[in-house]
Write a protein that binds this ligand. Structure first.
Ligand code: PHE
Length: 454
């Protein structure tokens, strides 16, 4: 990410490819590789994926363009952007900052698990496809009171070092190589998983929707997943868009980023769920799904340990490019709004986020009897509140803001480069922003509270 300290002469992305890779770097992460397959597994497979696609089409693409347009128009990051367009709406940016803060706290715990699995792959523990052994390895790690905290700290320190060192430019360059590498790697592992005996059951589970499984809970989960996976609803894409030059075609960018993101999520799903069925794991396993099934796939590949190592390193990289965007949003908020020095802001916020994350980690083990939001443990409570409530709420309010306060005309002017680009779908997009997206999100919320039954 471009150094947000640059206030006067604002940096711009070197090329559109650079912007797309950076934005895709924020979008593609644990949300695709770790969360999407396990959410699909827990929420009825094809039913979840079906709803996910509908929301992606109606809300995902729409909001991606909306956020990028606000960012490029104001040339400011989230809070500043809302402030500039309407002083009364700056709290909406602050709400996004809170969401980012909560997400990073548990995200970093999972990032820590990935680091642990990189080490495990080197020490050769993945030579078995035994369900119980692999399940035991994972549970042993996450319920341990100390070990996951150490890895969580390491993940947070790496994220902090990147944000503080302002070396995110280097990260961007690296992502031009490593993101495509992740893609190719995922593809190879998917081919192996798909050729396992019994794998087709998993493909069916993921792609053939059983409509009777769709309910309010599944819809809310899919809605949250779209926002989480695309980094929407918290101003992240506003910030990225603010570094775009006025003559880039943002309509096209706003299509490419969700497409790349979805491709990776599907690759992950089509690797993990077939493996679940081939090896007899439980698709509703939850957060451990990636960590227990993939080692089983690697154990069935020639040079499996090497594959496992490269794979988890790439997962770590993808997680870090998302984590820096999360930390950056929080840090720039403290710098812009409270005039904190950047170094102080980064250290302080990283430390607080680490502590909150630590409670999430302990909540999976020694504190598992503590239940907060709707009977969920600490980890799930943080995830649920941020992903399923704050992000969609932020997105809904942003649509209302654009449609009814800033004005569709202004937004469309920005998206079409003052009319210089042909934006044929402009009226349709406007309709989605003003009516469809906010109403749809509102209905999902009402439905999940039981006030409205669809
Ligand atoms: N989209 C990221 C992922 O899928 C997570 C994220 C959410 C990053 C919100 C920034 C903002 O891993």
């Amino acid at each position: 990410m471009v150094d947000l300290n640059e206030k006067k002469a604002r940096d711009q992305w070197g090329s559109r490819f650079g912007f797309i890779m950076a934005a895709a770097g924020s979008a593609i992460g644990l949300g695709n590789l770790w969360k999407f397959p396990y959410m699909a597994g827990k929420n009825g497979g094809g039913a979840f994926v079906f709803v996910y696609f509908i929301i992606l089409l109606l809300v995902g693409f729409t909001l991606m363009l909306a956020e990028i347009a606000i960012g490029r128009h104001t040339q400011l990051s989230a809070v500043g952007a809302y402030k500039k367009l309407s002083e009364k709406w700056s709290w909406l940016g602050a709400m996004g900052v809170l969401a980012g803060f909560l997400i990073l706290s548990f995200y970093s715990v999972v990032g820590g698990w990935v680091i642990n699995y990189i080490i495990k792959s080197v020490t050769g523990v993945f030579s078995t496809a035994d369900v119980d052994v692999l399940g035991g390895l994972f549970t042993g790690l996450i319920t341990n009171p100390v070990e996951p905290l150490i890895y969580h700290a390491i993940f947070m320190i790496i994220t902090l070092a990147i944000v503080i060192g302002g070396i995110s430019g280097g990260i961007e360059k690296a992502s031009k190589i490593l993101m495509p590498a992740l893609f190719i790697m995922m593809f190879i592992v998917m081919l192996r998983a798909l050729t396992l005996e019994g794998a087709m059951e998993g493909v069916k589970f993921l792609l053939a929707p059983d409509f009777s499984k769709i309910n309010g809970e599944v819809i809310l989960a899919a809605l949250g997943q779209v926002f989480f996976s695309l980094s929407l609803g918290m101003g992240c894409m506003i910030t990225y868009g603010s570094y775009l030059s006025k003559d880039e075609d943002i309509v096209q960018s706003a299509m490419i980023i969700p497409l790349l993101d979805t491709a990776i999520a599907l690759l992950a799903g089509l690797t993990i769920l077939p493996a679940v069925f081939a090896f007899g794991f439980n698709p509703g396993e939850g957060p451990g799904l990636l960590f227990v099934t993939l080692p089983a796939v690697f154990s069935k590949m020639p040079l499996g340990s090497l594959f496992a190592f490269i794979f988890f390193v790439l997962v770590l990289f993808a997680a870090l490019t998302s984590a820096i965007s999360l930390l950056e949003v929080t840090v720039s908020y403290m710098v812009d709004e409270f005039r904190w020095e950047r170094k102080k802001a980064t250290f302080t916020m990283a430390a607080i986020i680490f502590l909150v994350g630590a409670t999430a980690s302990l909540g999976l083990g020694v504190w598992s009897n503590i239940k907060i939001v709707g009977g969920r443990d600490i980890f799930d409570s943080l995830d649920f509140t941020a992903s399923n409530i704050l992000l969609p709420l932020g997105g809904m309010l942003m649509c209302i803001f654009i449609g009814w306060v800033w004005g569709l005309e202004n937004a469309i002017k920005e998206a079409s480069n003052q009319g210089k680009l042909a934006f044929k779908l402009a009226p349709f997009w406007g309709f989605l922003v003003k009516w469809v997206a906010p109403v749809a999100i509102g209905i999902v919320f009402l439905n999940s509270t039981g006030l409205l039954d669809i």
